[in-house]
Design a binder for this molecule. Structure first.
Ligand code: SIN
Ligand code: MN
Length: 263
C-alpha cells in the first residue's frame, strides 16, 4: 500500500492520516480476542489502572502470534516506510484498553517528547500507528489530536508520575490551548479495523471512558533503523532494543490466522 500525493500533502499539513476499515471486521475481532486473553494474564508487561483493570499490554508482538503478524503487516509497514524513507524497526508496541466505565485519561503529550528524553532517540523520524480493535466513538474515550501541532518541534513538558499508572512527559494547559486555538482539536472515530497513522510529534491525548463500551486500540511505534534509541533506561519490553529491519509479511497474514483459528 503506497500513499498518494494528496495523502502525503494531507499528512504534511495535519500530521496524521485516517484509514477507516483498513482491516476487516474478522481481522479486528481476532486481535480483540487475543488482547482480551492477554489482559487476563498475570505478566509484568500488562499495566493496570488504579482499580486493577488492564490499561496497556506492552510488547505483545513478542509473545503473541496475531500481534507479531500485525507488527509486520504490509498495510502499515509499506506506507510508513514510504514516509520515513527506509527500513523500520519496532520501537514500542502497546495494546491499550480503555475499559468501560474505568478507562483512565491519557494526558496531553507528544510521543517523541518521551522517546527523546527517556530513550535518546536522535530525531523524530518515527511514526505512530493506531489500529482500532473496537468501534471508536465520541463516547468511549477516542484519541484527540491537535492538527498541525507536529510542526512546532518538541514542546516543553513536565514529567507526570502521578495522574495515572504510566509515567508521561505532559504539556501544560497554556501550550495546549495555544496550539488548539491555531489547529483545532479533532477526534477521529470509526469502526473496528480502522487505522490512524500519526507523527510522533503530533500533540494528542484521550479522555477517560465513562461509557459502558470498552475501547481497545493497538499502538505500533515504528522508527527508521538509523534513528534507533541510544539510551537503554527503560525496560526492553517498553523501549525495544532489537533494531532489525522489519520485513513485511503477505497481505493475508492476519486473515489466514483468523480463519484457521475459527475453523
Ligand atoms: C497514547 O497516547 O499512547 C495512548 C492513548 C490512548 O490509548 O488513548
Ligand atoms: Mn501517545
Amino acid at each position: 500500500m503506497q500513499l498518494t500525493e494528496a495523502q502525503l500533502n494531507q499528512y504534511d499539513r495535519d500530521g496524521y492520516l485516517f484509514f477507516p476499515s483498513l482491516f476487516t471486521p474478522d481481522e479486528a475481532a481476532y486481535l480483540k480476542g487475543e488482547a482480551e486473553k492477554i489482559y487476563q494474564e498475570d505478566r509484568e508487561e500488562v499495566w493496570r489502572e488504579s482499580n486493577g483493570v488492564a490499561r496497556t499490554a506492552f510488547a505483545a508482538h513478542t509473545y503473541n502470534e496475531g500481534f507479531r503478524r500485525l507488527g509486520a503487516h504490509p498495510r502499515m509497514i509499506e506506507p510508513v516506510s514510504q514516509l520515513l524513507d527506509g527500513d523500520l524497526y519496532m520501537h514500542q508496541f502497546k495494546v491499550n484498553a480503555k475499559a468501560a466505565f474505568d478507562g483512565e485519561v491519557w494526558q496531553w503529550h507528544q510521543d517523541y517528547g518521551t522517546w527523546k528524553r527517556d530513550d535518546e532517540m536522535p530525531e523524530p523520524r518515527a511514526m505512530n500507528i493506531a489500529v482500532f480493535l473496537d468501534d471508536v466513538t465520541a463516547a468511549n474515550g477516542p484519541l484527540l489530536f491537535i492538527p498541525g501541532s507536529h510542526k512546532v518541534g518538541v514542546v516543553e513538558a513536565g514529567h507526570d508520575l502521578e495522574t495515572t499508572s504510566y509515567p508521561l512527559w505532559t504539556l501544560d494547559r497554556a501550550k495546549v490551548t495555544e496550539l488548539a486555538e491555531r489547529g483545532g482539536c479533532v477526534a477521529p472515530t470509526g469502526p473496528a479495523g480502522s487505522m490512524l497513522m500519526f507523527s510522533s510529534l503530533l500533540v494528542h491525548a484521550s479522555p477517560p471512558n465513562i461509557s459502558p463500551f470498552g475501547r481497545i486500540i493497538v499502538y505500533l511505534s515504528l522508527c527508521h533503523v538509523d534513528n534507533h534509541i541510544r539510551a537503554f533506561n527503560r525496560k526492553e519490553w517498553i523501549a525495544h532494543r532489537d533494531f532489525t529491519p522489519i520485513k513485511p509479511l503477505s497481505d493475508d497474514c492476519l486473515s489466514d490466522l483468523a480463519a484457521s483459528r475459527a475453523a
